[in-house]
Write a protein that binds this ligand. Structure first.
Ligand SMILES: Nc1ncnc2c1ncn2[C@@H]1O[C@H](COP(=O)(O)OP(=O)(O)OP(=O)(O)O)[C@@H](O)[C@H]1O
Ligand SMILES: [Mg+2]
Length: 468
């Protein structure tokens, strides 16, 4: 006898399934897309998002999706695609969400018409492979010579910045993005481009430092007596604490005779002075440490014409190491000359209201720092996100070595090719593929709508009779 199937679910579980659930999931996604699509393109509007405490103004799709704090499980997948696009490419996060929404809208129609989701997925996959082949044929390669491609790279970055708050200065920032990425080595690790934000000043006061710059770290008495500028300095990089207190705190000593206490104190002083002597004897002019450099060490270095900075952030330290060719030391027992870094100029300078340490003119500089300036914190945050998009696009363009037309042109062409392809197919898949082709048109349509144009107007047909 056939046993009846029993499925036990926890109380309160939502058991809705089948077609109505599919449609409801798609509707949730479409609601999110409707919200974000108005930010697409150069005439798209920025969003202001207030979460009770902070206010964020952004045009970046991934940022807006993150800030929306979406709860719906299906709509959350849109956040994931925006995030994946941000990690993988850096730009185009709004486009992927808008496109995904439109594809869902088209599949909703097919589902309502009774086409099985499996058929839709199969047809979408074959449409995708045709679209990818067409893209390969349509892309325009960059010139092969390195310098000749610079102008193209700047134009790519400018296009990415078109839709951003800083678009009035897009040439300035696009050049900066191009120069920053081209200083990197072949693996183009974008962590090697530091972006520092200093409020105050105008946008055009932003600078690209060919080397490393970081904010002055916490300093102790004696720091003011240190020299703040060195030509061709030797740089010693440490992961060691240069503080007297450290020796005291880390040891437990039991004494029988109080007189022995002095010998312990002497030993502690000897240890720290030994370390400091080794730093001085290494021939370094600048000593940086990831860990604190205390007041004793600061004064000791000041007396010997050495600059020091403790508590340097890990990423800044790594970039100094890379730029100057130094090696971070965890012990001072043996410091050969090769582990010292070098650059043409070290300087501590005022930037806005902050003091900054600059290491410039590094021979094997594979790192750059951008110091962003601007009136308001909000503005600098958005400028940072926009510049990140432009930098990612330059990197991507160098990697792929080719571009396709923007402004919805490539989407229209793909749509046309897919429509023709769909006509060669029989059955339900033809409907689905032509739906895919229609979905691609959302990009030019939305760009036109955001710019205040009628997306169904055909400018070539717009004759004078029609307008009068
Ligand atoms: N000058 C322009 N004229 C017409 N369209 C443009 C122009 N500049 C850029 N675009 C188009 O704008 C779209 C990009 O818009 P936008 O930068 O707002 O969104 P995104 O790149 O998809 O997402 P995000 O930048 O938020 O990660 C692209 O389709 C691009 O072709
Ligand atoms: Mg963009």
């Amino acid at each position: 006898m056939i046993q009846p199937q029993l499925i036990l679910l926890r109380e309160g579980t939502d058991t809705s399934q089948g077609k109505p659930q599919l449609i409801s999931n798609i509707n949730a996604c479409i609601n999110i897309v409707d919200m974000i699509k108005t930010t697409l393109g150069p005439c798209g509007m920025d969003k202001l998002i207030h979460n009770g405490r902070d206010v964020n103004i952004s045009n970046d799709g991934a940022t807006i999706m993150n800030l929306l704090e979406i709860e719906h499980p299906a709509a959350k997948s849109l956040v994931d695609i925006a995030r994946a696009q941000d990690d993988e490419v850096g730009d185009g996060t709004t486009s992927v969400v808008v496109l995904a929404g439109e594809l869902l809208k088209e599949s909703k129609q097919s589902i309502e018409d009774g086409i099985a989701p499996q058929v839709i997925i199969k047809a979408f996959r074959s449409a995708l492979s045709v679209a990818m082949q067409t893209l390969d044929n349509l892309c325009v390669p960059f010139p092969k010579e390195k310098d000749a491609s610079h102008e193209d790279l700047i134009r790519c970055a400018e296009t990415a910045l078109n839709s951003k708050l800083i678009n009035t200065e897009r040439r300035f920032f696009a050049e900066m993005a191009m120069r920053a990425v081209t200083t990197l080595d072949d693996d183009m690790n974008l962590d090697m481009i530091g972006i520092k934000k200093v409020t105050g000043g105008s946008m055009k006061d932003s600078v690209l430092v060919d080397g490393v710059a970081f904010k002055k770290t916490f300093s102790y008495a004696g720091f003011e007596q240190q020299r703040k500028k060195f030509d061709n300095p030797k740089v010693l990089l440490l992961n060691i604490e240069l503080e007297l207190k450290a020796e005291k705190d880390n040891a437990e000593v039991r004494l029988k005779d109080p007189k022995q206490y002095q010998s312990i104190v002497d030993a502690e002083w000897k240890i720290i002075f030994d370390k400091l002597d080794k730093c001085v004897n290494s021939g370094a002019n600048v000593v940086l440490s990831r860990l604190p450099i205390g007041d004793l060490a600061t004064q000791y270095f000041a007396d010997r014409d050495i600059f020091c900075a403790g508590r340097v952030a890990v990423d800044d330290m790594n970039r100094v190491a890379l730029a100057t060719g130094g090696v971070v030391q965890s012990s001072l027992n043996n410091v050969p000359a090769e582990v010292l870094g070098s650059c043409q100029l070290f300087e501590e300078r005022q930037v806005g209201a902050e003091r900054y340490n600059f290491f410039t003119g590094c021979q094997n500089s594979k790192t750059a720092t951008i110091i962003l300036r601007g009136g308001a914190q909000q503005f600098i945050e958005e400028a940072d996100r926009s510049l990140h998009d432009a930098i990612c696009i330059v990197k991507r363009a160098i990697r792929t070595g080719s571009v396709v037309g923007g402004g919805g042109a490539i989407e229209m062409e793909l749509s046309k090719v897919l429509r023709e392809y769909s006509r060669t197919i029989r059955g339900k898949e033809q409907l689905v593929i032509s739906g895919y082709a229609r979905a691609l048109e959302i990009i030019p349509r939305q760009l036109a709508e955001n710019a205040g144009h009628d997306s169904t107007d055909n400018p070539q047909q717009a004759s004078p009779e029609r307008t009068t």
